[in-house]
Design a protein around this ligand. Structure first.
Ligand SMILES: *Cc1c(COP(=O)(O)O)cnc(C)c1O
Length: 230
């Protein structure tokens, strides 16, 4: 099942790239495997997937131990400061930095590991109360503050768009994040690139790619619906 799903997702990514005149190599597919068992992750792995996203620290570290070494793990969920120490040195990218206090703690843990941790700033573009992330207007200020921390490296922006029936409705959200990243990139801030735009999930990744996403985070579309009641 995972294989068939991956074929469909891959076709959709290619089509969206074609529509936008983009090269497929510009878009990284992150397989969001939260709540799913390791044997399903291994199906995706055996189909060539090497980038996985998780949103809970304990689940993430457990799966890192059980899965092969050549995987790039992405922390995509809300991160508490007291848990940063468990993932420092183990993740390729933290997508969900939305406060200076969190960035500071990542900085401290990065230094303990003698490494620099790549991060994205999470933006709550649609200003939903239920979502984490900074406001669009506050994004540049947070980027500038975090840029002074040399144990982290700011690689771009991330957003979780609202759940909508018609994915077209999220196009303005993706456009707004893209505009913000272009704007910040033009300021040439030290220790900041805007190379990564992490946006688009199962429901809307094709639209996100059309609007410039360089990373799409697809869970349900690859692994099927999640059951949180087990
Ligand atoms: C769960 C999750 C996803 C994947 O959602 P799907 O709709 O299942 O594709 C993407 N991004 C984040 C931050 C998530 O928590």
């Amino acid at each position: 099942m995972v294989s068939d799903n991956l074929k469909i997702v891959e076709e959709n990514i290619q089509k969206a790239c074609d529509r936008a005149g983009r090269d497929r190599s510009e878009v990284t597919l992150i397989a969001v495997s939260k709540t799913k068992p390791v044997d399903m992750l291994m199906e995706a792995y055996n189909d060539g997937i090497r980038t996985f996203g998780e949103n809970k620290v304990q689940e993430l570290t457990g799966k890192i131990e059980e899965m092969p070494d050549d995987i790039s793990w992405h922390m995509i969920g809300h991160l508490q400061r007291n848990k940063v120490k468990y993932i420092a040195g183990k993740v390729a990218l933290i997508h969900s930095v939305d406060s200076y206090r969190l960035a500071e703690e990542i900085n401290v843990q990065a230094k303990k590991h003698g490494t620099v941790i790549p991060i994205l700033i999470e933006v709550n573009v649609a200003q939903e109360d239920t979502k984490f992330g900074v406001k669009l207007e506050e994004t540049e200020d947070l980027v500038r503050e975090c840029a002074a921390l040399d144990g982290i490296s700011i690689k771009g922006l991330m957003t979780i768009a609202p759940f909508v029936e018609n994915p077209e409705d999220n196009r303005p959200v993706f456009k707004a994040l893209k505009d913000k990243s272009v704007d910040i990139a033009s300021k040439n801030i030290d220790n900041v690139t805007m190379d990564i735009l992490s946006m688009g999930m199962t429901n809307d990744y094709q639209i996100a790619i059309e609007e410039g996403a360089t990373m799409v985070r697809v869970g349900t579309g690859i692994f099927g619906a999640r059951n949180y009641n087990i």
